[in-house]
Ligand binder design. Structure first.
Ligand SMILES: CC(C)(COP(=O)(O)OP(=O)(O)OC[C@H]1O[C@@H](n2cnc3c(N)ncnc32)[C@H](O)[C@@H]1OP(=O)(O)O)[C@@H](O)C(=O)NCCC(=O)NCCS
Length: 143
């Protein structure tokens, strides 16, 4: 069910971006570049959900994880994040970092359930003055 994204998935990913992020959705060009990049891992779960991670040596960054509203609450994000952690570890990363809006309870709940810890706060990082939490997980030891 979860597989690597290819060029044929770009339209579905853009639709997920628009449904989940509205005005801050990534453009088609950005999605296309991410899918083509060797430094990025982009995984899809059908046309319902996708996630992207970038890997640079010891560090990996969770760039996106998003599930269409109608498909939420069924464990798709959990499956995607597990697969992204596995891929990042296979590529040599020892930790995963991410930034999340401090008012995004669903995403914070997901990350905390995996054991991510908040290591710093960026005050007023997002539009409207919302703080960003920087979270970290040691993936070399995870599971
Ligand atoms: C965050 C998001 C990816 C979760 O997707 P999902 O498929 O509904 O999540 P799952 O069903 O896999 O849930 C996994 C865990 O996440 C946590 N979680 C999910 N939704 C939650 C909510 N509304 N409130 C609190 N915790 C939540 C829970 O710990 C859950 O485990 P449980 O079901 O055993 O309680 C989804 O809400 C989404 O796409 N949001 C918009 C995009 C976004 O903000 N992405 C993150 C920033 S890039």
């Amino acid at each position: 069910m979860i597989r690597a994204a290819g060029p044929d998935d770009v339209a579905a990913i853009v639709a997920i971006e628009q449904a989940c992020f509205g005005a801050t959705a990534w453009s088609e060009g950005l999605v296309r570049d991410e899918v083509a990049s060797e430094r990025h891992v982009v995984l899809v779960c059908g046309a319902d959900a996708y996630g992207a991670v970038s890997v640079a040596g010891e560090d990996s960054d969770l760039d996106r994880i998003a599930v269409l509203p109608a498909a939420r609450g069924r464990g798709l994000a959990r499956q995607l994040l597990e697969a992204l952690i596995d891929r990042a570890r296979d590529l040599g990363a020892g930790r995963m970092l991410l930034e999340v809006a401090a008012d995004n309870d669903a995403a914070i709940g997901l990350y905390e359930s995996f054991g991510f810890d908040t290591i710093s706060t960026r005050r007023g990082y997002y539009a409207g003055g919302v703080d960003a939490l920087v979270m970290e997980l040691a993936i070399s030891e995870w599971r």
